[in-house]
Design a protein around this ligand. Structure first.
Ligand code: SAH
Ligand code: SF4
Ligand code: F3S
Length: 478
């Protein structure tokens, strides 16, 4: 499918020696020896699927495994422990994992001592089915039970099946220092909360990740401060609904301000905002700080108020458009991206047209779009028939993607002639003669290095000379 959705939901192998994202090549990364104080006695291989929260969890899990004496390998054939950190968001996310498990079954037949564990959202959703149906899975551990990994790994090593999928109302792993994986040494993610209380009717997340809870702001600020001291220049604050962050009397706007105040050279981003919860206070704070990036991911899901009601999103088309107006009022230069679901239960052709017209009206800078996939146990699965035929869902998706490609291109072409502050992340994908980095609006900018003594982590002014759908091309401002 489109490149628009591939960025967030591609699987990635935990790989400590080199990065998979070529755009990040050339940046600092930690060699394996530095990660393990003592010589590791066992080796682990981790594969991560799904959203940034899962990638962030893998960094926490890696930290725990390291404390247990594990080293890391990128070769599953030599691993003592193979862990898959999984996603349940759509059916095809889960089918990818079932296929991987079939493959691992053959591997395990050759090496019965190898332990296989399923972590993350699928572990939570499928629990014993994974152990009973797929005899090869030794460990099943849900997103709130990672502290139990030492016991579970030991139990599995003794030949028992080890399961812990208990959800928690408190766990935030706030005291665990994540190991930064595949890092470019410049940008990093920080989890600020876990779970979700929203109950959008299509969504499995509240079931797999449990109740919403916010992490102590002191530990968030400490983590960001320590990243800054290590040379990082951008942090992204992560949660399923960051706007409902609250710890003691600190709201999300307060947290943004605390992190932005660490240093003007530390950029701050966040994801994901919920249109019903993002406040003027957040927008006003963003506008006030140069280092809070002018970019908001504001998932609409649909442009039709009846469908939004069935989705239980808590806003109408008009309310959503008013939010977009508020954003533009505070920050005329703010980029906005979205998520769209096509073919939700009972969606008519006219209602789909409303989604296309919303996209046109907002003029998004980017979008991630999906066709509706019914998830067992969700409100929609229980209440509404999944009655839009698959070929119609897919045709509507293709229309959304086509329109978005046109808009992304137009949005990029509008930038030609402008000068942006860009944070250098590393060599460009195509050439080590070019740098790549992002502007505040989250657009990827590629430009020749020239002979300036620049390095990843530096800010530079770049004037845009041309653009493609995905990238801005420019030159360093002399
Ligand atoms: N917390 C975020 C969303 C996390 S899931 C938010 O509220 O925006 C990421 C995206 O996956 C969602 O925004 C939605 O567009 C899509 N998605 C979630 N469940 C889906 C389903 N059952 N079928 C298709 N797409 C789905
Ligand atoms: Fe799912 Fe809605 Fe929560 Fe996002 S806000 S994770 S879509 S329930
Ligand atoms: Fe997937 Fe779980 Fe994230 S279902 S999208 S990994 S919260």
């Amino acid at each position: 499918m489109s490149h628009l959705i591939s960025k967030v939901f591609t699987p990635s192998t935990l790989d400590l020696s080199k990065t998979h994202d070529e755009s990040r090549q050339g940046a600092a990364f930690q060699p394996e020896e530095n990660l393990s104080g003592t010589t590791p006695t066992r080796s682990a291989y981790i594969e991560t699927y799904g959203c940034q929260m899962n990638f962030s969890d893998t960094e926490i899990i890696a930290s725990m495994l390291k404390d247990m004496g594990f080293g890391f390998t990128k070769d599953e054939t030599t691993a003592d422990l193979v862990l898959l950190n999984t996603c349940s968001i759509r059916e095809n996310a889960e089918s990818k994992i079932w296929n991987r498990l079939k493959h691992l079954k053959a591997r395990k037949a050759q090496n019965p001592a190898m332990l296989v564990g399923i972590m993350g959202c699928m572990a939570e959703r499928l629990k014993s089915k994974l152990i009973e149906q797929e005899q090869l899975v030794d460990i099943v551990v849900g997103p709130d039970a990672y502290r139990d990994l030492p016991r579970l790994i030991e139990e599995a090593g003794d030949g028992q099946k080890a399961v812990n999928v208990l959800l928690s109302r408190e766990e935030t792993y706030s005291d665990i220092a994540p190991i930064r994986l595949n890092t470019n040494g410049v940008t990093a993610f920080i989890s600020i909360m876990r779970g979700c209380d929203n109950m959008c009717s299509f969504c499995v997340v509240p079931f797999t990740r449990g109740r919403e809870r916010s992490r102590d702001f002191n530990s968030i600020v400490q983590e960001a401060q320590s990243l800054f001291e290590q040379g990082y220049r951008e942090v992204t604050l992560l949660g399923q609904n960051v706007d409902s962050y609250h710890f003691e009397d600190c709201s999300f706007a307060g947290l943004l301000e605390k992190v932005a105040n660490i240093n003007p050279l530390l950029r701050v981003r966040f994801s994901t905002s919920h249109p019903k919860d993002i406040t003027d206070e957040v927008l006003e704070t963003m506008a006030r700080y140069h280092n809070i990036c002018k970019f908001i991911h504001l998932p609409a899901q649909s442009g039709n108020s009846r469908i939004l009601e069935l989705m239980n999103r808590g806003y109408s088309r008009e309310w959503y458009l008013e939010k977009v107006n508020r954003i533009r009022h505070y920050m005329p230069d703010c980029a906005i991206s979205t998520d769209i679901i096509t073919g939700f239960c009972s969606e008519t052709e006219e209602e789909h047209q409303d989604t296309l017209s919303l996209i046109n009206e907002v003029q998004y800078d980017a979008a991630f779009s999906f066709f509706y996939s019914e998830r067992p146990g969700t409100l929609a699965a229980r209440k509404y028939p999944d009655d839009v035929p698959e070929e119609i869902k897919k045709r509507r998706l293709a229309e959304v993607i086509e329109l978005m490609n046109v808009l992304s291109r137009q949005s990029n072409l509008r930038e030609v002639g402008k000068t942006f502050e860009v944070l250098i992340e590393g060599n460009s994908k195509k050439s080590d003669q070019d740098w790549c980095g992002r502007n505040s609006q989250n657009k990827m900018v590629v430009f020749p290095k020239g002979d300036a003594a620049l390095k990843p982590g530096d800010f530079v002014q770049v004037t845009i000379s041309s653009a493609t759908t995905a990238t801005l091309l420019g030159q360093i401002e002399k």
